[in-house]
Design a protein around this ligand. Structure first.
Ligand code: CP
Length: 324
């Protein structure tokens, strides 16, 4: 595997889930695979889970790890070609990428959407520059439009906790005071569409996800109706994807004070099939979810975060196997 961005990059999902189970039973089974190999993790944005779980995954495989926080100690990087660099950015990504790649064997990229230029974000411009100019396998640690390590961990968690062969999984929009990217809901939708689940998306009108990710998922604008009989509820905020009105891309369409009835609370959870609550974290309590729901025994947010180590170990293992 030379690039990990979408669910198709992993090939057969059942096989990938079997590998995840194998690694969970023995995290160090493939510790020889990464001997004398180096993973470089490049962060253009903050992270807690991705940073720690991906480092741990690389160490599970015997790899050396270098972490670069671009905005803390490195030269500020220009990412667009053709600009006159007379501002505060001292180095261009087009030199920085081959330099970085000379020190490592695999590169992980975290680079959020700017939320101002839909075309630039949805072209995955920064990620694809790494693919083009590094000559190394590249994996997404949440990029402009996707967060596949999270979605893979989410799927592993659902597989571990499902009570029926084909559970009902609901992705619900929830309010937030700042505009957030669509990467997590995009990937969650993409991966649920590829999995054997009954998948429903609920959000206020105007927040329709890009069809490349939403696929044929059922969209239900009435949140209470969507929650009926749900086995898993996955909450997340996202800004306007600009599908129906491109000029609204990256915007919050209605002030969050008016949207607080979308906060996941006992009211909505009461109509589910004792649903397990999921969120990728970090989460704002009182906005996305109430204290009661996230603290309930049905909440899966901690095991879900723990499974990030497993999803990252499978992905790095695949990349190391390709490079052998
Ligand atoms: N879920 C997730 O990616 O968390 P971090 O932003 O802390 O890495």
């Amino acid at each position: 595997m030379k690039s990990f961005l979408n669910v198709q990059d992993l090939g057969d999902l059942k096989q990938a889930l079997a590998e995840a189970r194998e690694i969970k039973q023995d995290r160090f089974k493939y510790v020889e695979l990464g001997r004398n190999k180096t993973a470089l993790l490049v962060f253009f944005n903050n992270s807690l889970r991705t940073r720690l779980s991906t480092q741990k995954a690389a160490q599970n495989l015997g790899m050396n790890v270098i972490v670069l926080d671009v905005n803390a100690g490195a030269w500020k990087l220009e990412t667009e070609r053709g600009v006159i660099m007379d501002g505060d950015k001292s180095e261009h990504l087009l030199e920085a990428i081959p330099v970085m790649s000379s020190y490592c064997d695999i590169i992980g990229i975290r680079s959020f959407a700017g939320l101002t230029d839909r075309e630039y974000d949805y072209a995955e411009t920064v990620y694809n520059q790494f693919v083009k100019y590094s000559g190394k396998p590249i994996f997404a640690m949440e990029t402009a439009t996707v967060h596949p390590l999270q979605a893979f961990a989410d799927l592993i968690t659902i597989e571990e906790h499902k009570q029926t062969a084909r559970p009902k999984v609901v992705l619900t929009w929830a309010p937030h005071p700042r505009a957030l990217p669509q990467a997590v809901p995009n990937s969650f939708a993409e991966w649920m569409n590829a999995a054997d689940v009954d998948f429903v998306i609920t959000h206020p009108e105007g927040y329709e996800l890009d069809p490349a990710f939403a696929g044929n998922a059922r969209v239900e604008y009435d949140q209470m109706k969507a929650f009926e009989g749900a086995d898993f509820v996955y909450a997340k905020n996202w800004s306007c994807p600009g599908v129906t009105r491109p000029e609204d891309y990256g915007k919050i369409l209605t002030d969050y004070h008016e949207m607080l009835d979308w906060t996941v609370s006992d009211r909505q959870m009461a109509v589910t099939n004792n649903a397990r609550f999921m969120h990728c974290l970090p989460v704002r309590r009182g906005m996305i979810v109430t204290d009661e729901v996230i603290e309930a025994p049905t909440s899966l947010v901690i095991p879900e975060a723990a499974n990030r180590e497993i999803s990252a170990t499978v992905v790095l293992k695949r990349m190391l196997e390709t490079e052998r």
